[in-house]
Ligand binder design. Structure first.
Ligand SMILES: *[C@@H]1O[C@H](CO)[C@@H](O)[C@H](O)[C@H]1NC(C)=O
Ligand SMILES: *[C@@H]1O[C@H](CO)[C@@H](O)[C@H](O)[C@H]1NC(C)=O
Ligand SMILES: *[C@@H]1O[C@H](CO)[C@@H](O)[C@H](O)[C@H]1NC(C)=O
Length: 730
């Protein structure tokens, strides 16, 4: 009944729309060549801009830059966890105002690809799933599981209905031409066998039944059932064909670069290679290319997934993290789009014929009553080629495509970059020296009054439900005055096995040491001598999450925290297993509970000022200072190189996690690996992976902004500075 009323309402909208704009077709369809919008096959360029990764005051500028860069559409995921922080409580405000974002795209005259997911991966905390979803009884993610399917359907329908209510589908006159259900399910689909296939088919059917009037896609899902279009994600997609001859060839993620992990080098993708990849896709008959990312932005707050994904989500995208144009990437792609649009008509009306012109050289010719276009390709990595086509001679640089929209004149070559390179600089603002005050967490009394005491070690997420990155595990051990180590002057060794992601060990209130997982080894072991005294000693382990996993089969079952064993060696009795003692638990930090990051909570503790306090570089310390906004409109960043690891806020808004983890890796020159079909260009080895942290202008008042830093290990706050980011062309 309900479905009928929804669809008849939709038909009514649609008919009203037809009446209003009589010459417009009321749907988006497709055929083997392309998406068909208003009766026209289109070659479409799209770019991913994720609305929560920038601030609403940046959106219009980003969208305009995308339009000026020759894009037709903006693509975004929908991030379930930010929209439904607890079951049934929804948030579509501020950075989460999806409708406003879609309407701004519409206002700019661009289309939208809405990737509802609701699994999105996206290097986003828990892949976009709310953490509470894990605790729905009987749930199993992304498979043929009733509780999961019910929750997924409810959220998908809610988003679709929200878009329909605001008339945002193209079928209603709105900008949304395409939607995605699920995300890169192919690998799981196969691994989960019959359940995976059943779920995938269910998801497709459920999506189609929402009756949006625009096509649905599934990316990286070769078995996507009709009418859902399977699409490609990758560095290259020229090898890709849809699973049915009547579906268009679409590339939903053309990777413009890559994301970073704390402790890893920075990735670049040369624009020549990206343009070459796009050219290869179009010459093969591809008709939709979405750049992932076009603007990557920032993982504010605790939004980064991973674990260990950086707060910056710059992605080496054509628009940088701060919203500034990155050249020559932006300009070169703009020229590429222009050249392809010159022959859009013939590209969508003809099938390419391939003519070899040499060992490494090919012509892809499109010819129809609407004209002739040719792509001349040289696949050789190092050598230029001279080719003859239609009695004309052309020189083709290595690894390049020349586009001739009229089969005569070269409008563009992917390897010849005309756009001038830009260079980003971080410039000091001439503000006053910051006057810092500190508040140190009281570690000696941690868990003295804990309400959760448990015999054994608990999984971290089960206790925190991700309300904080931090969980204290505290136990005690009584040392007899007769212990040999007390006389002989050595320290017993504590060994702690952690399932992730970082750990700080405190003995009687003093930091004894830290250990960290890595991208390759999320599980790690702390081993260190600890200073124990006769009498009762308190062992406090602060386990720290650094972003919940966002992909992998059943990542919802992966554990974090201190799962043990925890053992102590060097006592007279030998090795002592502490795992099955009484452990008391405390979620989060005192400063978090007191809301020290906001002007309301700031006065609930006594802060200590003066250089003596600041220079101590204590662990688990809160720093606060008031800062004026630098003049002008240039984007701003905090330089946190002098700090260790922690989180930072301005006026109560979380800028994100910071970590001065130094990148170790091999920063060799760019090289192409055929096996991975990609160029590897890594830089920044021996430097902190992320030194600068974006402070959105809109979070600042002209004066007296409250800057709060929480440092886990120890850092020099006196050297924190606020910088302007400027981009100049070289
Ligand atoms: C979760 O924590 C509770 C204690 O709060 C414990 O009883 C339960 O066994 C834990 N479950 C898992 C799966 O760790
Ligand atoms: C844990 O603490 C309780 C209450 O103090 C006590 O009765 C119990 O024996 C302790 N258990 C262990 C394993 O130490
Ligand atoms: C770095 O990469 C280069 C080129 O691939 C290789 O020759 C070299 O051995 C690598 N160095 C390390 C330390 O891995």
């Amino acid at each position: 009944m309900e479905a009928t009323s929804v669809s008849s309402k939709w038909i009514l909208h649609c008919m009203l729309f037809i009446l209003a704009v009589q010459n417009t077709h009321c749907s988006v369809t497709y055929d083997r060549k392309a998406l068909i919008i208003n009766g026209q096959r289109r070659i479409l360029f799209s770019g991913s801009i994720h609305y929560p990764r920038s601030t609403p005051d940046m959106w219009e500028g980003l969208i305009q830059k995308a339009k000026d860069g020759g894009l037709d559409a903006i693509d975004t995921y929908v991030f379930w966890n930010v929209h439904e922080p607890s079951p049934g409580n929804f948030n579509f405000e501020g950075r989460y105002d999806l409708v406003r974002f879609v309407k701004l795209v519409q206002k700019a005259g661009l289309y939208v690809h809405l990737r509802i997911g609701p699994y999105v991966c996206a290097e986003w905390n828990f892949g976009g799933f709310p953490v509470w979803l894990k605790y729905v009884p009987g749930i199993s993610f992304r498979t043929d599981n009733e509780p999961f399917k019910m929750a997924m359907q409810r959220f998908t329908q809610k988003i679709v209905q929200m878009m329909k209510d605001k008339m945002l589908f193209q079928s209603q006159g709105g900008p949304i031409i395409l939607s995605q259900i699920e995300n890169e399910y192919g690998i799981e689909s196969k691994a989960y066998g019959a359940d995976g296939r059943a779920y995938m088919n269910w998801a497709a059917k459920m999506a189609v039944e929402t009756d949006t009037g625009v096509p649905w896609v599934m990316c990286k899902e070769d078995d996507a059932p009709d009418p859902v279009i399977n699409t490609c994600n990758g560095f290259y997609c020229d090898y890709f064909s849809p699973n049915k001859p009547y579906k268009p060839t679409m590339w939903t993620e053309a990777w413009t670069g890559w994301f970073e992990d704390f402790g890893e080098p920075i990735h670049h993708r040369p624009v020549e290679d990206l343009a070459f990849a796009v050219g290869r896709f179009i010459q093969k008959g591809g008709s939709f290319v979405n750049y992932y990312m076009y603007h990557g932005g920032t993982n504010f707050g605790r939004a980064a997934g991973g674990p260990f994904i950086t707060t910056s989500y710059d992605y080496d995208a054509p628009i940088d993290e701060y919203g500034l144009i990155r050249q020559p990437k932006y300009g070169h792609l703009k020229e590429l789009h222009k050249a392809i649009k010159l022959c859009e008509h013939v590209l969508v009306s003809a099938d390419p014929t391939l003519t070899p012109l040499g060992n490494y050289e090919q012509a892809h010719i499109f010819s129809s009553s609407s004209g002739c276009a040719v792509f001349l390709t040289n696949y050789h990595l190092n050598d230029a080629a001279h080719v003859t086509f239609n009695n004309m001679h052309y020189e083709l640089p290595p690894w390049s495509i020349s586009i001739l929209p009229d089969c005569k004149t070269v409008a563009f070559n992917t390897a010849k970059v005309g756009a001038k390179a830009s260079e980003a600089q971080m410039i000091r603002t001439n503000g006053k020296m910051l006057s810092w005050e500190i508040f140190s967490e009281d570690i000696s009394t941690i868990n003295d009054d804990s309400s959760l005491v448990y015999v054994g070690l608990l999984e971290q997420l089960n206790v925190t439900r991700d309300t904080s990155d931090y969980l204290w595990y505290t136990t005690s051990i009584e040392i007899s005055t007769s212990e040999s180590f007390l006389r002989q002057g050595y320290d017993p060794t504590l060994t702690v096995q952690s399932a992730g992601h970082a750990l700080h060990v405190f003995i009687n209130g003093y930091l004894s040491g830290s250990a960290f997982g890595t991208k390759a080894n999320k599980k790690f072991t702390f081993t260190g001598g600890i200073n124990l005294q006769a009498g009762v000693n308190k062992i406090s382990l602060l386990s720290v999450a650094v972003g919940l996993p966002n992909n992998g089969a059943h990542f919802e079952t992966w554990n974090i925290g201190v799962l043990g064993p925890v053992t102590l060696d060097g006592l007279d009795e030998g090795s002592k297993d502490l795992s099955w003692q009484n452990w008391s638990y405390k979620v989060g930090l005192t400063g978090e509970a007191m809301n020290l990051v906001s002007s309301n909570g700031i006065s609930s503790v006594d802060w200590v000022g003066g250089s003596l306090a600041i220079n101590k570089q204590l662990p688990l310390t809160w720093y606060k200072a008031y800062i004026d906004a630098p003049e002008g409109k240039d984007p701003l960043a905090l330089d946190l190189r002098s700090m260790g690891k922690g989180q930072v806020w301005i006026n109560g808004q979380s800028i994100g996690r910071y970590w001065t983890a130094y990148a170790n890796g091999n920063c060799s020159q760019c090289s192409y690996s055929g096996a991975y079909r990609q160029w590897k260009c890594l830089s920044g080895c021996g430097q902190p992976t992320q030194r600068w942290y974006h402070v959105p202008r809109s979070w600042l008042k002209p004066t007296g902004n409250l800057l709060v830093v929480f440092e886990e290990i120890g850092g020099d706050a006196s050297r924190i500075s606020l910088l302007k980011r400027l981009v100049s062309s070289l």
